[in-house]
Design a protein around this ligand. Structure first.
Ligand code: PMV
Length: 349
């Protein structure tokens, strides 16, 4: 049995829309910073059939709907296709027994799926290591098959999901540009509501193509925005990063809002928080920028210099829950339990 741990990432150039929905092959590149928490742990072991258990942050079992279990099943099927391409079709013989322990409230815009599926990818990488040694870029393909953004959280630090070209299962993969020690940043996460969103990103991605603005968005990312973001990170240019990330989040939400059906994830609370932080930034010249995923949650990215002031601002937001994270190291294996023949027969007995 292998136990892995992972955390979400903060997406700065957003992944929205696929060129292949079932395989989650994105239309455009994306970019994020891996976070050091909140974390998810996954135990994985061989099993004749798929068994998935999931536990809430308070330790109670979360009863998973059919859709959720099916997502793990579908991911494992796709992983087998990928392993066949790598000439290790039998690395996972039948199926897996998976136990998820999450400290992340789901569906509040905290990218819990990026943590869960990057964690699963790392656990699978460990489970099959005797048969085939996967690189982290290859493990990121496994993460992407469960949740596109998870392709970025396998690596630590500052990571791109490279869209690549064509329909091959591994044409898009996670690539690290700088590790977690390159630039210590903070993510102060302001959650206005813990109510789960109605349309998750899996259902949202296919709508992207219906927006009249989608093609321009993909072109802008592929022609310059992704590169500008990477350059800003490598140069630690916070001002440039602020500009490019805020441009991208507003662009993604414009696409969402002009799709059919229109997706409105931002609320009055979101706008109040973003307007408040812009005001504070202008008044006090603070290095801080905002970003939102498919939900009303606002992430405030800031430096050591501004974190105290940003924290104060976040905790003053009425009715909001606040989480704090920093640049993180990506998914890792935390426990390995080797089955000897004796322990195997003990398990069977
Ligand atoms: O990985 P998914 O399918 O949950 O999609 C993530 C979509 C966004 O959070 C909106 C953007 C991103 O890049 O994480």
């Amino acid at each position: 049995m292998i136990t892995a741990s992972s955390s979400p990432n903060s997406a700065w150039i957003k992944y929205w829309g696929n060129r292949n929905d079932p395989l989650r092959i994105p239309m455009a590149d994306s970019f994020s910073m891996s976070l050091d928490g909140p974390n998810v742990e996954i135990d994985i072991d061989h099993s004749p059939e798929l068994v998935v258990h999931s536990f809430n942050p308070d330790g109670t079992e979360k009863i998973l709907g059919e859709k959720h279990v099916a997502r793990f099943g579908k991911t494992l099927e796709n992983v087998k296709t990928y392993l066949a391409k790598l000439e290790a079709p039998d690395a996972i013989p039948a199926s897996c027994n998976i136990t998820v322990r999450s400290n992340i409230p789901s569906a509040v815009g905290l990218a819990s799926s990026s943590a869960v599926f990057s964690c699963l990818a790392k656990a699978i990488q460990g489970l099959i290591a005797e048969t085939i040694e996967l690189t982290d870029d290859q493990a990121s393909v496994i993460g992407r098959l469960g949740s596109g953004s998870a392709g970025r959280s396998v690596h630590g630090g500052f990571v791109a999901l490279v869209a690549g070209e064509g329909e091959e299962i591994d044409s898009a993969y996670g690539k690290q540009f700088a590790d977690e020690n390159h630039w210590p940043l903070h993510d102060i996460i302001v959650v206005p509501t813990m109510i789960e969103k109605k349309i998750g990103s899996t259902e949202g991605h296919p709508t992207a193509h219906s927006s009249p603005h989608y093609k321009d968005r993909v072109d802008a990312i592929m022609n310059c925005r992704q590169k500008e973001c990477i350059d800003a990170v490598l140069a630690k240019d916070f001002e440039k990063l602020t500009y490019v990330c805020e441009e991208d989040v507003l662009d993604m939400h414009m696409v969402m809002q002009t799709s059919t059906p229109a997706l409105h994830y931002l609320t009055d609370d979101t706008h109040r928080i973003t307007e408040g932080i812009i005001e504070l930034r202008n008044a006090e010249h603070l290095p801080v920028f905002y970003t939102m995923d498919a939900g009303p949650t606002v992430q405030l990215i800031c430096t050591d210099e501004s974190v105290d002031r940003v924290r104060e601002f976040a905790y003053a937001q009425e009715g909001c829950k606040v989480f704090e994270a920093k640049t993180g190291a990506g998914a890792k294996i935390i426990k390995e339990l080797v089955h000897t023949e004796r322990s195997r027969s003990a398990t069977v007995a």
